[in-house]
Structures are given as C-alpha cells and as structure tokens.
Design a protein around this ligand. Structure first.
Ligand code: ATP
Ligand code: MG
Length: 240
C-alpha cells in the first residue's frame, strides 16, 4: 500500500492524462456537433421569406440543452483536475461513514431503500482525508441507490461493512441492485463512461483517483441481476 501511495503522490501518469484528454475530446465533441447542426438549421428556418419561428425556437432549445451538457462535462472535468492531494488526519472511520450516510439518507428514504451499516468488526482511527473519503462513500452509495432503482423490487438494501485487514480497515459498500455485465464492469472507472441517461460518468473515476491517492485500490465485483460490491482499505492511524 505504501508503494502505491508514493506512486500516486505526484501528478497523473502521462498515459492516464492522454486517456482523459482523449475521452474529454470525444465527450465534448458530441454536444458541440449537435449545437452546430441545430444552429445551421435554425438559421435556415429564420432566413427564408416566411420564417418558421416555431422550428427555430425548437432548434434553439436543442442548442441550449447541448450547451448545458458541454458545460456539465467541463464542470466534472474540473472536479477531477481540482482534486488536491489528500490532507491526511486521524479520524474514526465510523464518524466518516455516519457523515456520508446522513447526506444520502434522504434519497434512500424517498426510494424506500434500507441502508445498513455493519461497522462492528472494525472501528477506530484511520489516516485519511475525511472530506475526500466522505465523497467516495457518497458516490458509491448514490450509485448503489440508482442500481437498486433499476431493479424494481421492494427489498432494496445498501450495506456498508468494515473488516480488519492487517494494519488497515477494509470498507465495502454492497447493494442488491441490478449488478453489471462483465463488459460494463470492465469500463466503470473510465472517465465519462455511463449507462445512465442523466449520468456524467465521472463518479467512479473520481473515487478511484481519491482512493489511489490514499495509497489503496478501489475494487469492484458484480453479478448481473444480483448486485455489486465496491471495496477499499484505509490505513489505521498510528496509536497515539
Ligand atoms: N452499484 C452499481 N451497480 C450497478 N452498476 C453500477 C454501480 N456503480 C456504478 N455502476 C455503473 O458504472 C457506471 C459509471 O458509474 P459512475 O459513478 O462513474 O458514473 P454515473 O453514476 O453514471 O454518473 P455520475 O458522474 O453522476 O456518477 C454507471 O453508469 C453504471 O453503469
Ligand atoms: Mg455515479
């Protein structure tokens, strides 16, 4: 774990940067192409002896939606790029989990999804950036809630569990949602990969980069139709 922490302490590796740049270019070129097509069409609807304002307005609405999409992509890229190196402090893992769960409880309740925390097996101080780890937990639980929403069953459940792991505490977030096929699972950490109509596809890319900056790995296992588990280990804080 320590070796990984040293590797990721600097900037992103050149290969990862090239990958981000390529997917960013791809993602932004789609709404830009839509904007151009609709701008040309809207101009044609207006620039004629009997302008069709209705058609022009509908083109302008498409342009607005695409511009919003492009702005959203830029905003999420900023979130990825802005990620500061973790400010490591000793905090109790159960406090970080409680903070995160408080922020997602509303959405879970609204969808009648139970959130179960099983932290008894490993509690205590870990050395982390609590704001970043809270963000990871929020993203993972939010994805879990969405995955359960995809399954239309009434027994939706997200479990957050800790277990001891040789100088560290392993945290696992599991759901009994829709699960994933292997081809989806293979791509989930790619920036901008999403299967959701309103998703940006950056949540897990951010989670992975935060966990790697903490010197660990974010792992995912999933079975289509049964559910998924995301897990990572955090170093225990040295005894005071
Ligand atoms: N718990 C899960 N169960 C099933 N599929 C999941 C789960 N978590 C992630 N995925 C899949 O991985 C994809 C990428 O997740 P990620 O969080 O990066 O993006 P997103 O949720 O689509 O959008 P956002 O940027 O808003 O988070 C999702 O679109 C979904 O297909
Ligand atoms: Mg997400």
């Amino acid at each position: 774990m320590r070796e990984a922490a040293e590797q990721s302490a600097g900037s992103l590796p050149a290969l990862a940067m090239a990958g981000y740049a390529a997917s960013l270019a791809h993602e932004i070129s789609q709404p830009l192409a839509t904007i151009l097509t609709h701008a040309d069409a809207a101009l044609r609807w207006i620039d004629r002896p009997h302008p069709d304002v209705g058609e022009a307005v509908s083109g302008l609405k498409q342009i607005r939606a695409s511009a919003r999409r492009a702005a959203g992509i830029v905003a999420s890229l900023r979130a990825l790029a802005r990620q500061a190196p973790p400010a490591l402090v000793p905090v109790r893992i159960e406090d970080v989990v409680a903070d995160a769960l408080q922020l997602v409880a509303g959405e879970a309740d609204a969808r009648r999804i139970a959130i179960v925390d099983r932290l008894a097996a490993a509690r205590g101080a870990v050395l982390v950036d609590p704001v970043q780890i809270r963000q990871v937990l929020i993203n993972l639980v939010t994805n879990a809630i969405h995955a359960i929403g995809e399954r239309a069953s009434s027994d939706g459940r997200v479990t957050i569990e800790t277990s001891p792991l040789d100088g560290a505490i392993r945290i696992a977030v599991s759901d009994n949602g829709c699960g994933m096929e292997a081809d989806v699972l293979a791509r989930i950490f790619e920036p901008f990969f999403t299967t959701k109509s309103c998703g940006m596809g950056v949540g897990l890319a951010i989670c992975r980069s935060i966990i790697e900056a903490h010197g660990a790995r974010l792992e995912a296992i999933s079975v289509r139709g049964e559910g998924s588990t995301f897990s990572f280990a955090l170093l225990r804080a040295p005894e005071a």
